[in-house]
Write a protein that binds this ligand. Structure first.
Ligand code: NAD
Ligand code: TYD
Length: 363
């Protein structure tokens, strides 16, 4: 590995402008909010295409802050990305923009290649150009634990686990991770990567397990559980992920990878049953009211059995630990979705359905 610049000092004293991609999405909106509020001296530029998953409503509370700016654009458009970086001259990029849903990647892999691979390379190339005049530049790539493949009943993913992606989504993210590392080794672009487990919390589009289940329970519709519901995911509250990203951005070492996870494994079926109980309580329904909606459906193609992160590196080196217990995080999440039913119906409305038909599939 090439020499590692000391980002701890250079970023805290010098970083002025940070370009965050995908800031209108689920995790990105929490990261943007955190950086805008915690670092008033930084200028945060949020670059997002506003696909079905991106929603500026997620950032209503900070949109008028003087250190925040939104720009709509496509990271897969090389000319656009180059002129944006040349015009705004960011000191760092935190890259979250992605197509993020496994089921969609099974239906339409190419859109994952455009955004997750081509889009990342466009940002890397523009970053190299920026490095010429900004030697302390940092490219921070946000990735997933799904690049490591599927675990059996035991063991954990560490930072040295061999990559073994199995879905088009995880393959596109693995490819982008490799390209980010290649730019570090080949061109000495200062980079850092973090790979996180499944996130949950406010603002998550209701296609992922937790918000989809909540949305269906609210409408008393069947709650689909793939296969036998035996698959295991390691869940982390989204604000704990945003706190980890803040820490890695400021204190992580260039060229390094940090795994982030909740040490919080749940079989899907147990998780959906727990959600049902919380919903019974919150909506004043008799015990078992929501659980009866659980419906076993055909399994996802190539469904990874188990993900689980060993997060000891980020704990030992940077002092990060999740702050929320799962039950507490789930209650907060359920409360948010119950208080934001308008948001739920807007993001799943005809407008979204039309956009999905006309733009998403045809690019
Ligand atoms: P999301 O789907 O909620 O948001 C993605 C955002 O990217 C949206 O705002 C969308 O409009 C934007 N976007 C998509 N294509 C774009 C393009 N071509 N140009 C510009 N913007 C575009 O995703 P998320 O769940 O918030 O995930 C964010 C990142 O974190 C992704 O890179 C994902 O791989 C990673 N990640 C997610 C999880 C998880 O559990 N959700 C876990 C680990 C890592
Ligand atoms: P998901 O939220 O799509 O995240 P990922 O596949 O990236 O881990 O799915 C989480 C788990 O829940 C996964 O094992 C698939 C399963 N699942 C269901 O059983 N039913 C559903 O409707 C969805 C969306 C997911």
């Amino acid at each position: 590995m090439a020499a590692k610049p000391d980002f701890k000092t250079c970023l805290i004293t010098m970083t002025k402008k940070i370009l965050i991609t995908g800031g209108a999405g689920f995790i990105g909106s929490h990261v943007v909010r955190r950086f805008v509020n915690h670092y008033p001296g930084y200028k945060i530029i949020n670059l997002d295409l506003l696909t079905y998953a991106g929603n500026l409503e997620n950032l209503k509370d900070i949109e008028r802050k003087p250190n925040y700016e939104f720009i709509k654009g496509d990271i897969a458009d090389s000319g656009f990305v180059h002129s944006l970086i040349a015009e705004h001259q960011p000191d760092a990029i935190i890259h979250l923009a992605a197509e993020s849903h496994v089921d969609r990647s099974i239906l339409n892999p190419l859109s994952f290649v455009y955004t997750n691979i081509v889009g990342t390379v466009n940002l890397l190339n523009a970053s190299l150009k920026r490095l010429e005049s900004s030697p302390d530049f940092l490219f921070y790539h946000i990735s997933t634990d799904e690049v490591y493949g599927s675990l059996g009943k035991d063991g954990f993913f560490t930072e040295v686990t061999r990559y073994d992606p199995r879905s088009p989504y995880s393959s596109s993210k693995a490819s982008s991770d490799h390209l980010v590392r290649a730019y570090f080794h080949t061109y000495q672009l200062p980079v850092v990567i973090s790979n996180c487990s499944n996130n949950y919390g406010p603002n998550q589009f209701p296609e992922k397990l937790i918000p989809l289940s909540l949305n269906n329970m609210l409408h008393e519709k069947p709650v689909p559980v793939y296969g036998k519901g035996e698959n295991v995911r390691d869940w982390l509250y989204v604000e704990d992920h945003a706190a980890a990203i803040d820490l890695v951005f400021h204190r992580g070492k260039a060229g390094e990878t940090y795994n982030i996870g909740g040490h919080n494994e749940w079989h899907n079926i147990d998780l959906v049953k727990l959600l049902s109980k919380i919903m019974d309580k919150k909506l004043g329904k008799p015990a078992g009211f929501h659980e009866r909606l659980i419906t076993y459906v055909k399994d996802r193609a190539g469904h990874d059995l188990r993900y689980a992160i060993d997060a000891s590196k980020i704990k030992n080196e940077l002092g990060w630990l999740p702050s929320l217990q799962f039950e507490e995080g789930l209650e907060k999440t359920v409360d948010w979705y119950l208080e934001n039913r308008d948001w739920l119906s807007r993001v799943t409305s005809g407008e979204y359905a039309n956009y999905y038909q006309t733009q998403y599939h045809t690019r």
